[in-house]
Ligand binder design. Sequence first.
Ligand code: FAD
Length: 397
Amino acid sequence: AVSAASGLEKLRHRARSLAEEVLAPRAASIDTTEIYPWENCFALRDNGFMGVTIPEVYGGGGYGYKEAVVVIEEIAKACGVSGRIVVEANMGAVGAVMAYGSEKQKRLAAELVLSGDKPAICITEPESGSAATEMTTRADRVGNSYVINGKKHWITGGGVSRLHLIFARVYENDEPQGIAGFLVVRGEPGAEGLSVGRREPTMGLRGIPETEIHFKDLVVPAEMMLQPPSGLHKGFADLMMAYNGQRVGAAAVALGLAAGAYEQALTFSQQREQFGRPICEFQGLQWMLADMSVQISAARALINEAVAGDGFPDKVKAAQAKLFTSEMAVNVTNNALQMHGAAGYSRRNPVERMVRDARMFTIGGGTAQVLRNVIASELLGRKFPQTRDGYLSYSTD
Ligand code: FAD
C-alpha cells in the first residue's frame, strides 16, 4: 500500500510539473483565441497522460480511474480545457471501448488516443437532452452494415476529434432493437456521412469546440458496433455504466478548477493589503478560505470513494461525486473571485476564467437535477418515470 501511495504521489508530481511549467502559461491565450490546443494534446501524450487507463497490452499506462483522477485534477488546476482533454482521453468513449469492445475496436481506439486524439462521445440531440433515451438518431441494419441518420449537438471536440462513439437507436427491418454505440473515425474513407455542423459560442472552456454533428447515410460496418454485454435491449444502461467514469472525470476537472482558484485566493489574500494589513487578517475572509478548503477536501473524498473499486465507478457514487463537486466548484471559484475584489473580475486574472470554466459542470454530462433523481431513485429503491404518462405503464419490478 505504501508503494502504491508513493506511486500515486509520483504521478501527481509529474502531472503538476507539466501543468505548472507548460500548460498554465498557455491557458489564458487558449481562452481568448478559442483555438483547440493541439500543442497541449501532444505534451499530454508525450508525458503519458493520454491513455493512462488504456491497458499496457495496447500501449497505454495500464492504470485505473484512481490514478486518472489525480492527473486530471492537477492538469485542471492550471487549464480546464486540458483537464477535459485528459478526461476524454481516458474515460467516456475509450473507457467503453476498453470494457466492451472487440480486439479490433480496442486497437483502433488505443492507436488514436495514444497518438493524441481526444475521442468524442455523441449522445445529446436537440430534442433529447436529459431525456437521453428519447434520442431519434437511428442506425438501420443493411446487410453487414448499419446506416446512421440523425443529428447530435453539444458534442465536445466536434471538428477536432477523430474517434467518435455515436449512440443511436438500432433498427432491423424497421423494428427497434435498443440503443447501441458505433465507432466512426472522422475523415477516414467511408466516413463521409459524418459532418460537423455549427459551433456553439460558449461561456467557458472556450478552447474546445462544442458543435453539432450530422449523420447523413453514414455507413458503419457491423463490426464497429460496440456490443453492450447484456444485449441491445439493455444497451443504453450498459453504455451509461461506462459513462459513470466520464462523470467522475468531469468531477475531477471541477475539483481542479476549484482547487486552482482557492490556491490563487490563498496567495492573494496574504499579499494584498487594505487598512494597513494583509486582507487575510480579516476574519470574514479567513472563514471563506476555511470553508473553501473543507469543501474541496469533501469533494476529493467523494471522488476517491467513487473510484476506489476496480472497473467502472458505481452509478450512485459517481452521481454523488459529480453533483457535489460541480456545485462546490461554482461556489468556490466564485468566492475566490470575490476575495480578489476588482482584480478577480479582470480578464487578466486566471480566476475570472476559472469561474466561467467551472459553471459548465452542473449541466454537461447529467445536470445537477438529473443526478439528484439518480440518487433519490437509489434511496427509495424505485425508478420514477419522468414522462407524464409514465405511471400508466409503471411497474415496481
Ligand atoms: P434539458 O434536458 O433541456 O434540461 C433543462 C433543465 O430542465 C435543466 O435544468 C434540467 O436539470 C431540468 N430537467 C430536465 N429533466 C428533468 C427532470 N426529469 N427532473 C428535474 N429537472 C429536469 N452531450 C454529449 O452527448 N456529448 C458531449 O460531448 C457533450 N458535451 C457537452 C459540453 C458542454 C459544455 C455542455 C454544456 C453540454 C454537453 N453535452 C454533451 C450535453 C449535456 O450532456 C446536456 O446539456 C445535458 O444532458 C442536459 O441536457 P439539455 O442541455 O438539453 O437540458
